[in-house]
Design a protein. Structure first.
Length: 131
């Protein structure tokens, strides 16, 4: 499959899934009343998918890699906040374990994508020569 837009990227699709899971989870009664944690975990989840799309749209692999590192960091931030939400009994241990496992897999996907881009001879769309 040829990637023509960031929406074609599997890593972006998984990041979108993560953001939607976090929004659903943080709507629960107790969690939704902790405005600080609720807003922070949502921002972190949105940051994962936003940085993947923004990096892609920059058109160059080096910038894309920088944005992927930011996305990976935000994925770690989501995991950290999930533990705190579980500690405060805002979410169940089962939900916490399920979504932290999903975050770990997404982090691995992002890492592997970064490594692929580092090895790729392709530099990005903005470096294409018009023929």
């Amino acid at each position: 499959m040829t990637v023509k837009t960031f929406e074609d990227l599997e890593v972006w699709k998984h990041a979108r899934d993560l953001a939607n899971r976090i929004y659903r989870l943080s709507k629960s009664d107790k969690f939704s009343r902790d405005f600080g944690l609720r807003d922070q975990i949502r921002r972190a989840a949105v940051s994962v998918l936003s940085n993947i799309s923004e990096g892609y749209e920059r058109g160059g692999n080096q910038e894309f890699i920088q944005f992927l590192f930011i996305a990976k960091g935000s994925c770690g931030e989501v995991r950290c906040q999930l533990y705190l939400a579980c500690d405060q009994d805002y979410i169940s241990k089962t939900d916490c374990d399920e979504i932290t496992d999903f975050c770990k897999k997404l982090s691995i996907m992002i890492h592997n994508f970064i490594e692929y881009l580092k090895q790729s001879p392709y530099k990005g769309n903005k470096f294409k020569k018009n023929v």
